[in-house]
Design a protein around this ligand. Structure first.
Ligand SMILES: Nc1ncnc2c1ncn2[C@@H]1O[C@H](COP(=O)(O)OP(=O)(O)OP(=O)(O)O)[C@@H](O)[C@H]1O
Length: 619
């Protein structure tokens, strides 16, 4: 009863609510301002009879506490308001500052910022790892251990001495614990029979990409190798796979159903065939004297019967050279497995990653059972691909000889303005510039056929190659041109990437490709392995201005003559000397991403490839 009394009194003394709220509501609790509440409490306490000092003291203490509470609340309100005012002022200041900075920025800087935004938007691609690894979150953090070590005298050199050697050969190497460059094959511990064989082919000294790239790969490191066309990248990635195969075979000879230890992926059948031939030659040179075991290599490309190579599959298999489509087919059919595969190299890697091959590569990776050493090579490797590759590899070493996408300086580049209707006739005249062999490039399959027909009519021994030819026709064209039986080869883009023909004197680009990277690869069929060559390119008003601008900067970069009609083309980006960093998507020097011809093309091709279900997969 004692407890109920104050309760009742409180109800009697409460001020009647004056708020227009539904008081019938069950949960209704009228709001009473703090001051009113305090008064009510005071009255309540008074009515209890403040007859003891103790009560009085208690009441005063409570009053004091409530007052302090109120003051704190007020202080908090003021502080909050002050902070809001400051934030607002700061935001205004930032805005004004940015507006002032923007006003100061050149159009080029603004364009660069816009490019960066687009790049960030397209950079959200999945890592280059198998779906299983991605799903399981498997992440390798350390490079694979290799048994190879540089000779002692090389290890004893200081970091500065290594760097001096790199500078001498214009090599830029980036990454953690970069293996040292080594200036000759013997010091790299390449087996003697192979060194002798290379010598017989006039390969006496490693080229810059080889002298840094081979020790890097021998050390088990993931790497991205970028060097101009014809600079010997093939040997740089084939030697390590051969050495690895030798080592594994020496440990325990391979028997039927075992292997491979490594795979080389190429974007076209022609390039895969050429690399396969090289591997065959080099492994044969090794085993010829009986000192080293025979290594078995399989060519795995579309358009050929795998039955012809069943003898290879019936033994242990060491190396596979493949295009993605047929490789996936063979792996799915379990003709061999990647259970013990430790080495994956992608030649023309930018093309492999950039075009519809990306998913195929991921698919191929899902057949690996463990960490592998991954190497990517190309003459052109735009920043976008480099960034993407960097995050997909394990502590990779980037070995760069010259700017990625720069033209080979051993090629004399001539750009001529030739009207569309005058091209064919002028072509004949142009062919007189040098003795054969000559390659003529056109972007259009029909045009390739027309040019060949015209040349045949004029008595020129010409073969043609493009994507719509049968595999036999393609092989025949390459074989007869390589052997010297035919003087001229007319080709679409198929033949431009990586194909190594002997001593091409002259490359004629009948129709300029839209993407400057393709141009770099095409002119790169001449001027290989230290020899010089000429490239003549026809342009006219059908050539997009964007492409001409890229071409102009490329000529300037290579110290070549820029014809007046190219000189007069203004760069809308207005960058002094061009945007010499290069477009991050295609490496072109005359534009940014926002107007990159490749970005649009890539998306279109990817869609087409998906719809076709794989014709572009080198299958
Ligand atoms: N160290 C060397 N010394 C001399 N010639 C070499 C050396 N290494 C390779 N070569 C020769 O150079 C030519 C070009 O080599 P390769 O085809 O490997 O070039 P690449 O860099 O792959 O070019 P691309 O980018 O066009 O594919 C080949 O004929 C090869 O035999």
């Amino acid at each position: 009863m004692v407890e109920s009394a104050p309760k009742r009194r409180r109800i009697e003394r409460s001020p009647s609510p004056t708020y227009n709220i539904d008081e019938e509501s069950e949960n209704f609790q009228p709001y009473i301002p703090v001051a009113q509440r305090r008064q009510a409490k005071l009255a309540k306490l008074t009515s209890w009879g403040a007859n003891s000092d103790k009560d009085k003291e208690k009441r005063l203490k409570q009053e004091q506490e409530e007052k302090e509470d109120e003051e704190r609340e007020e202080e908090r309100r003021k502080e909050k308001a002050r902070k809001e005012r400051t934030l607002l002022m700061e935001a205004q200041e930032v805005h004004t500052k940015k507006a002032a900075e923007d006003a100061k920025k050149t159009d080029a800087e603004k364009a660069e910022e816009a490019d960066a935004e687009i790049l960030a938007a397209i950079a959200s691609r999945r890592k280059l790892a198998s779906d299983l690894e991605l799903a399981k979150g498997v992440q390798y953090t350390e490079p694979l251990k290799a048994s190879w070590r540089p000779p002692k005298f090389v290890r004893d050199r200081s970091a500065e001495q290594h760097q001096k050697i790199r500078e001498k050969y214009h090599i830029i190497a980036e990454g953690e614990d970069i293996p040292p460059p080594i200036e000759n094959f013997t010091d790299m511990k390449v087996p003697e029979p192979l060194v002798r064989f290379l010598k017989s082919k006039r390969i006496t000294k490693p080229t810059p990409i080889q002298l840094q790239g081979i020790p890097t790969a021998f050390s088990g490191r993931d790497m991205i190798g970028i060097a101009f066309t014809g600079s010997g990248k093939t040997l740089a990635f084939c030697l390590p796979i051969i050495m690895l195969a030798l080592e594994e075979e020496a440990k325990l000879p391979f028997i039927r159903g075992e292997g491979p230890v490594g795979v080389i992926l190429c974007p076209s059948r022609e390039l895969a065939s050429q690399t396969y031939e090289n591997v065959l030659t080099w492994t044969a040179a090794l085993s010829k004297e009986g000192k080293y075991p025979q290594l078995n290599t399989l060519l795995c490309i579309g358009g050929i019967s795998m039955g012809d190579q069943s003898h290879v599959l019936s033994k242990g298999l060491h190396i596979v050279v493949a295009t993605p489509g047929r490789l996936i087919d063979m792996l799915e059919k379990k003709r061999f497995t990647f259970d013990n595969c430790k080495y994956l190299c992608m030649d023309e890697a930018d093309r492999m990653i950039d075009l519809g091959f990306e998913d195929d590569v991921r698919n191929i990776m899902s057949f690996f059972k463990r960490q592998r050493q991954t190497l990517l090579f190309s003459a052109t490797m735009p920043r976008k691909i480099q960034d993407f590759a960097q995050q997909s590899l394990v502590k990779p070493i980037l070995v760069n000889v010259g700017r990625a996408g720069a033209a080979n300086l051993d090629v004399l580049q001539v750009v001529e303005y030739v009207k569309q209707e005058a091209k064919m006739v002028y072509l004949l005249e142009c062919l007189q510039k040098t003795p054969p062999p000559v390659i003529i490039f056109s972007e259009n399959k029909n045009e390739v056929d027309d040019i060949q027909e015209y040349l045949l009519l004029k008595g020129v021994e010409a073969v043609a190659i493009h994507g719509s030819k049968t595999q036999e026709e393609r092989q025949y064209a390459i074989k007869s041109f390589k052997s010297g039986a035919k003087d001229v080869m007319v080709a679409s883009g198929v033949a431009s990437k990586g194909l190594d023909f002997n001593d091409i004197q002259h490359v004629i680009i009948f129709s300029m490709p839209k993407e400057i990277e393709d141009y770099v690869h095409q002119i790169g069929r001449t001027g290989r392995s230290g020899k010089t060559g000429i490239a003549t390119t026809f342009v006219n008003m059908n050539t997009p201005e964007q492409t001409l601008l890229d071409l102009k900067y490329l000529l300037m970069e290579a110290g070549q003559k820029v014809p007046p009609f190219l000189q007069s083309i203004e760069d809308p980006r207005a960058v002094q000397g061009g945007s010499l960093k290069g477009c991050p998507v295609c490496g072109g020097l005359g534009h940014g991403i926002s107007n990159c011809p490749k970005l649009e093309d890539t998306q279109r091709r990817q869609m087409a490839s998906h719809n076709r279900g794989g014709d572009d997969r080198g299958y």
